[in-house]
Design a binder for this molecule. Structure first.
Ligand code: HEC
Length: 194
């Protein structure tokens, strides 16, 4: 019994070490981004945490709708754009958020652009410039009423983009009307990026 206890203590001690090592330096790669529908839904967007055991902390802040998100938090509204929280002090200007533009397909995720104050999305907008407009208590999370300039996507469109994330293996079949909406969106996106 004593031996088992000792082994368990050693195991839990090394889990703590691994977790804190990760928290000091989050090496974020394309492998960290997958089907959005496998993340946790919150009021229309999705969250996750890259650090083992920290998802509940992210969910607590998301659920409270204010406060600073913990390190490792991943926040996503549409498949092609994501924010990830680095440990405190990593990027004070962006409150430690890193912004990513992703290229997603059935094959998986490619990171198109990543960075802190200078990432520009497909609509020609700077991620940081908009997200910095969120009132301080919202930690740069915009939602629809936190003070940011709005994006040209309705809730219906963002929900449809989430359900048809190409990395989710086609688990949702869009209706003919939704197919039309998706086509219009794709046209809008390519016009915006020209
Ligand atoms: C024109 C301003 C604007 C730009 C530019 C912009 N966003 Fe946003 N973003 C918003 C708004 C407003 C919302 C909330 C929209 C909603 O909930 O309908 C949002 C939502 C999000 C969310 C979900 C969490 C939240 O804040 O509500 C993430 C993650 C996100 N954007 C990441 C990005 C990334 C990454 C970029 C750049 C590649 C970017 N955004 C560019 C305004 C912007």
């Amino acid at each position: 019994m004593r031996i088992i206890k000792a082994v368990m203590l050693t195991v839990s001690a090394s889990v703590v070490t691994i977790t804190s090592a990760l928290a000091e330096n989050l090496a974020i790669t394309e492998a960290d981004f997958n089907c959005m529908l496998d993340m946790q839904p919150v009021r229309g967007f999705y969250v996750d945490n890259l650090i083992e055991g920290k998802l509940q902390d992210t969910l607590a802040v998301a659920g409270a709708e204010q406060g600073a998100y913990p390190a490792g938090s991943v926040v996503q509204l549409v498949p092609g754009e994501v924010m990830v929280k680095h440990p405190a002090g990593f990027s004070p200007a962006t409150k430690d958020w890193e912004f990513f533009e992703l290229n997603v397909s059935a094959e998986g995720t490619e990171i198109g652009k990543r960075g802190f104050v200078d990432v520009v999305n497909r609509f020609g907008g700077n991620c940081f410039a908009c997200h910095a407009q969120a009132k301080p208590e919202f930690d740069m999370i915009c939602e629809t009423n936190h003070g940011c300039e709005p994006i040209p996507l309705t809730r219906e469109m963002t929900t449809l983009l989430q359900k048809t994330d190409p990395r989710c293996g086609g688990r949702y079949t869009p209706t003919p009307e939704e197919m039309e909406l998706l086509k219009a969106l794709t046209a809008q996106l390519s016009a915006a990026s020209e």
